[in-house]
Design a protein around this ligand. Structure first.
Ligand code: MG
Length: 378
């Protein structure tokens, strides 16, 4: 079977899209743009990323939990970046390479399949195209001239190539200026084949494109809930929502007994319809003795990502008379946001007492409830 590599180019600064960071690392429905893009290519044999020199930390955060080769640092322009990415793929020796812009996260499996099918039936260079349907005008002074749109097409990515041929073309045209990789292939004398593009395969460029992309993504919303309780015992601190809080007692449990993170982990698993925390991390398993509960929540987060989804919102309620939660509430939100890789606005942590009633009222332990909302593809 042919070996197919994906080369995802994410070296741009993307300043037009706003948001204070390159657009490929900004959140789209709770997951970084680049996370969606990488996910779309997970059916290919190797996925090589090219990133900006200053983006190492953002890239590591956006791809936590995804097994990928080390990213290549991009060059002075896109063409240089692609060439460096191709050089990094030489050792993998793919038959074909799909070169794609990270800023097109909505690329469909069907479109990738059309490009691959064309390569497998003998094409040297493949570009997805769409006709121009809007009337085209050229501004000339104060007037507008009509542009005949017959024969005009919009080119998209992924553009697919025979690996050895496009690598040779990039090496030969190093330092020259080309519009895209198809232009480089054409100049090198390769035969160009077109396949039908996809209107949903939009390129995120401007700030308003994020809202448009989220509307196109749609998907299904799922909600899960979780509940947990742990009994007070000996100790001088408790763990709650990933924070160590000094207290006159500890909480008893096989792990660190973080009822907040346990309830939230169960809520995420519930939204996925994928069992509960005890199923994934059996209490009888010695590996989880004294475990830090962020491991459990990260596992649930990774299961959502593996399903091609994202966590949209989490709401945790801690139920206890003591310790006082309010002084730690914002730090708890920040910690949960950090564990999940989500922005703070998607995380809520609340607290209540039961007015002296029941086991929490008698100060026998701490309980927690959580609700998680996730988005999954259709
Ligand atoms: Mg528990």
């Amino acid at each position: 079977m042919a070996k197919i590599a994906s080369l995802i180019v994410a070296g741009g600064r993307g300043v037009r899209a706003g948001g204070g960071m390159p657009k490929q690392y900004r959140s789209l429905l709770g997951r970084p743009v680049i996370g969606w893009t990488i996910g779309a290519f997970r059916g290919t044999d190797v996925i090589q990323l090219v990133i900006g020199a200053e983006d190492g930390a953002a890239f590591a955060a956006a791809t936590a939990g995804i097994a990928l080769p080390a990213p290549v640092t991009g060059g002075a322009n896109r063409q240089d970046s692609v060439r460096l990415g191709l050089e990094a793929l030489v050792a993998a020796a793919p038959d074909y390479v799909l070169i794609h812009d990270a800023a097109r996260p909505l690329v469909s499996a069907a479109l990738i399949g059309r490009v691959v099918a064309a390569l497998e039936s003998g094409a040297e260079a493949v570009v997805p195209v769409l006709p121009v349907t809007d009337a085209l005008k050229r501004v000339e002074g104060v007037g507008l001239a009509n542009v005949v749109r017959d024969g005009l097409y919009r080119a998209q990515t992924p553009q697919g190539f025979r690996f050895d041929a496009i690598l040779a073309a990039h090496r030969a045209q190093r330092g020259e200026e080309a519009v895209d990789d198809i232009a480089i292939a054409e100049k090198a004398g390769m035969t160009i084949t077109t396949v039908v593009g996809d209107e949903a395969n939009m390129k995120i460029t401007a700030a308003e494109d994020f809202a448009h992309a989220e509307r196109l993504m749609g998907g299904q919303t799922r909600t899960g809930m979780g509940f947990d309780a742990h009994r007070f015992g000996e100790g001088d601190h408790v763990w709650l929502c990933g924070l160590k809080i000094p207290h006159s007692a500890g909480l008893i449990g096989h792990s660190d007994a973080d009822a907040g993170l346990h309830a939230l982990t169960d809520a995420v698993l519930g939204a996925l319809g994928n069992g509960d925390i005890g199923l994934h991390f059996p209490p009888a398993d010695e590996r989880w003795r004294g475990a830090s509960s962020d491991k459990f929540l990260k596992h649930a987060r990774d299961l959502v990502a593996e399903a091609g989804g994202s966590i949209v919102h989490c709401d945790v309620t801690l139920i206890c008379e003591a310790p006082k939660i309010t002084p730690h509430r914002e730090a708890m939100r920040a910690r949960v946001a950090e564990i999940l890789g989500l922005e703070l606005s998607r995380i809520s942590v609340k607290a209540t007492t039961t007015e002296g009633m029941g086991f929490t009222g008698r100060r026998e332990g701490i309980a927690a409830q959580a609700v998680a909302t996730i988005r999954l593809p259709w």
